[in-house]
Design a protein around this ligand. Structure first.
Ligand SMILES: *Cc1c(COP(=O)(O)O)cnc(C)c1O
Length: 451
């Protein structure tokens, strides 16, 4: 098989192979990498996956993108190690389902990408000299997913910077109870301070002796694993290859990109409902054709979706022939007819989100948390306007037990925590604290990692 190449959405830089795209993260022209062409399933291939396990389906899908870098037997092993948890598809009524992506180690869908990134980076770096240090700043969920993804991966260290005043106790414990190759650092400041420190370290030549890299949300390695669960749901729920609708609660648009790529690969997707909170720049773009980022982003209870300029939207625009640059300027319009025939976008308010959590529980015993509720209401709205006999799947991106106060307030009980969250209470925390000062951060990096 020929090597799959990856091109930047800004188109100002040469194409690269997978390993380079993974290590670089962002393309040198500040664009995002996408496969030069999207591989398609062979006739009969989807049907043949119907009875396979999640790791087997993952290996079959990912092979189309990574086979030159990771041969089939290696890839199968990677998928078995990454995906050792359940992926429940919960029936709601006749044709509607909720896909729960919350059974990984940090109870959010970010584990699907994180766990595979851990495998990919671990294997790529295994025979290279020295240790690789992943620096990341977090406002909560990403840092814990990255920390768990790289936990005990040989020859890789992780340093996570977080603002203690801005993360919940549970989020903090997800980062501070690991130890081993994971170093958690509480920065006396805000999330923006953490991010500024990490950015400065990446451009600091005096740190050249330490191999620093990021594993941030725009990395192509985060995107590819997110195709798999859409293929999984489709082959399980539509054995005759019938049409399927996905509703995806969206913030930075990485998750919905997985559904879009699955559709391009040949999964018979009727529509992708893109449900946002009040950060509604994309629903507005679909309505008006004008893209205006929202600065600063709006604070909503589905807090992992508070993104006013989703970086992955450049990839969506690119797949429909347009060009959205890193500043948020549309340089070439995508084919809006085509785009709107596959994507349907809707914005949901906090009040509607809370009402949906109440209603889903009281009417159907369907337990949702704020992000999943945005997706569910989005699906209801879509089906109300476009009656369809297709199977419809709404994606639940986090475990309700991650939002105990909100659920308790709305439903009068605290959801039971999955084992991964419950165990946190018993573990010891260990983390460093540091002022939001680059000099101190620079010393910390050298003291921790200089060999
Ligand atoms: C990150 C996150 C989202 C948003 O996903 P995107 O890929 O950024 O659109 C939704 N829900 C939860 C729980 C998340 O952590």
């Amino acid at each position: 098989m020929d090597q799959m190449l990856y091109a930047s959405t800004n188109g100002q830089t040469p194409t690269v192979g997978l390993a380079q795209a993974l290590i670089q993260g962002q393309a040198p022209d500040k664009g995002l990498y996408l496969p030069v062409s999207i591989p398609r399933f062979a006739p009969g291939e989807l049907e043949s996956l119907r009875d396979r396990s999640y790791p087997e389906i993952a290996a079959a899908v990912l092979a189309k993108f990574v086979s030159c870098t990771f041969p089939p037997e290696t890839l199968e092993e990677m998928c078995r190690e990454a995906y050792d948890f359940d992926v429940p598809i919960e029936p709601v009524d006749g044709r509607r389902y909720v896909l729960r992506l919350d059974r990984g180690p940090t109870a959010s869908f970010k584990d699907f990408a994180g766990r595979m990134m851990g495998q990919m980076f671990g294997r790529l770096h295994r025979d290279a000299p020295g240790r690789l240090v992943i620096l990341t700043a977090t406002s909560g969920d990403t840092g814990s997913a990255i920390a768990h993804a790289f936990y005990k991966i040989p020859k890789i260290d992780v340093m996570v910077l977080f603002p203690p005043a801005e993360v919940s106790a549970r989020q903090r414990k997800q980062m501070t109870t690991l130890g081993e190759n994971i170093t958690a650092v509480g920065v006396q400041g805000k999330f923006d301070d953490c991010q500024a420190l990490v950015k400065q370290a990446f451009t600091d030549r005096t740190l050249a002796g330490v191999q620093l890299t990021s594993a941030n949300s725009i990395n192509i390695g985060r995107l590819l694993p997110q195709i798999v669960y859409y293929v999984y749901a489709a082959v399980r729920l539509t054995p005759e290859g019938g049409p399927i609708i996905f509703s995806v609660p969206s913030g930075n648009f990485g998750n919905m990109m997985g559904a879009l790529l699955a559709a391009r690969m040949g999964v018979p997707v009727e529509r992708i409902v893109v449900a946002t909170n009040q950060n509604d720049e994309v629903p507005r773009f679909l309505e008006t054709g004008r893209y205006e980022k929202i600065v600063p982003s709006r604070h909503c209870i589905s807090n992992a979706m508070n993104v006013g300029h989703p970086s992955n939207f450049a990839r969506v625009v690119s797949l429909f022939g347009g060009w959205l640059d890193e500043t948020g300027t549309i340089r070439r319009m995508p084919d809006m007819e085509q785009l709107k025939s596959l994507l349907w976008a809707v914005s949901v308010s906090d009040e509607e989100t809370r009402e949906t959590i109440r209603r889903a529980w009281h009417e159907r015993r369907l337990l949702l948390e704020p992000h999943g509720a945005v997706g569910w209401l989005g699906l209801e709205r879509y089906l109300h306007e476009h009656p369809s006999s297709a199977i419809a799947v709404s994606v639940e991106t986090a475990h309700p037990a991650k939002f105990p106060e909100e659920i308790e307030h709305l439903l009068g009980f605290t959801p039971e925590a999955p084992p991964s969250l419950a165990e946190l209470e018993l573990k010891n925390e260990r983390f460093l604290t540091m002022p939001a000062d680059y000099g101190a951060f620079h010393r910390l990096i050298l003291d921790t990692y200089r060999s």
